[in-house]
Design a protein around this ligand. Structure first.
Ligand code: HEC
Length: 153
């Protein structure tokens, strides 16, 4: 009896080992990517709000008490910058899902945004205002380059 049981077990293990490479190959070849929103909505409600957090780092407001810069100061402020940068960086992956790419240049424009967002994320984690501020300055040009290429501005 024991002999039969362990033989069955070995057979089962071998079956699993044989099956698993093809299962993971399929999963890698065809991830179930799915755009949930159209491009306008993606831009206005996913990318732009995340980018706004990065732009705010260099922004100032003027009220009756004078001028205030909106750069992060408290740990909570920094957490918000981390969230914005992390969201922006991860959103670039969603921008590259195949159904969204408009032509072969698409991913190159997205990559520039991804690199900037990644730099902002690392800088925010390190509370490095100078580096986040540099990204904040460059961001508009990165968005605009893609918009120009696709005739949007
Ligand atoms: C890879 C190319 C690409 C990049 C990078 C990109 N955009 Fe866009 N964006 C588009 C396209 C394409 C549209 C036009 C969408 C449409 O109208 O179908 C658009 C449109 C927009 C719109 C107008 C949405 C509306 O309501 O009409 C906003 C706002 C916008 N983008 C913000 C941004 C911001 C902010 C960034 C940078 C953080 C950015 N985009 C980066 C491709 C890009």
């Amino acid at each position: 009896m024991i002999g039969i049981r362990s033989g069955t077990l070995i057979a089962a293990v071998i079956t699993c080992l044989a099956a698993s490479p093809s299962i993971s190959e399929d999963a890698v070849a065809m991830p179930p990517f799915q755009p949930h929103v159209d491009m306008k909505t993606f831009m206005a409600h996913v990318l732009a709000p995340a980018a706004a957090v990065i732009w705010k780092v260099n922004a100032t407001v003027i009220d009756e008490n004078g001028e205030h810069d909106l750069s992060p100061k408290s740990d909570d402020d920094w957490e918000q910058v981390v969230s914005g940068a992390a969201t922006l960086a991860e959103a670039t992956n969603a921008l590259m899902i195949p159904q969204r790419a408009r032509d072969p240049d698409w991913n190159g424009y997205v990559k520039r945004l991804a690199d900037a967002a990644d730099k902002a994320y690392r800088a925010a984690e390190a509370h490095d205002l100078k580096s986040v501020s540099e990204v904040s300055d460059q961001l508009d040009g990165i968005c605009a380059a893609c918009h120009r290429h696709y005739g949007l501005e």
